[in-house]
Write a protein that binds this ligand. Structure first.
Ligand code: FES
Ligand code: FES
Length: 141
């Protein structure tokens, strides 16, 4: 448990009760996986989204973070924020908004950056998979 005195209660809450911890099958064509690392400390975050192929809406999200409390809290918040949103919309989520929400101290800003990067990487992964599937030769042609 991390010390409430040093961290905003939201960090403590997300750290002690992280939302959406888990993993989806990364080979599922409706899943996008973002795996990013923080060069500053070596912490690693995996964030996954499940996308409705018709609407481009993110129907579900989960994460696994091997890192500090702020990184865990940031990824927990990130999964909550992306759920129910369009992919274009979540690309505008800034680490500074996450950091502000959690009142992260300056030395912990890079932890929220990990979450922003993970969201972007997950969307990119989904889109890459999707375009690869589309470019498969049409057997009937
Ligand atoms: Fe120690 Fe991230 S480097 S918790
Ligand atoms: Fe590196 Fe938090 S200390 S992600």
């Amino acid at each position: 448990r991390i010390l409430p005195r040093f961290y905003h209660e939201r960090v403590v809450d997300h750290y002690n009760n992280p939302r959406n911890v888990g993993a989806f099958d990364k080979n599922d064509p409706t899943v996008g996986t973002g795996l990013v690392g923080a060069p500053a400390c070596g912490d690693v975050m995996k964030l996954q989204i499940k996308v409705d192929e018709e609407t481009g809406k993110i129907t579900d999200a989960c994460f696994k973070t091997f890192g500090c409390g702020s990184a865990i809290a940031s990824s927990s918040v990130a999964t909550e924020w992306v759920k129910g949103k369009q992919m274009e919309e979540v690309l505008t989520i800034k680490n500074t908004e996450i950091a502000k929400h959690l009142s992260l101290p300056p030395v912990k800003l890079h932890c929220s950056m990990l979450a922003e990067d993970a969201i972007k990487a997950a969307v990119k992964d989904y889109e890459t998979k999707r375009s690869n599937n589309k470019s498969l030769p049409d057997k009937k042609a």
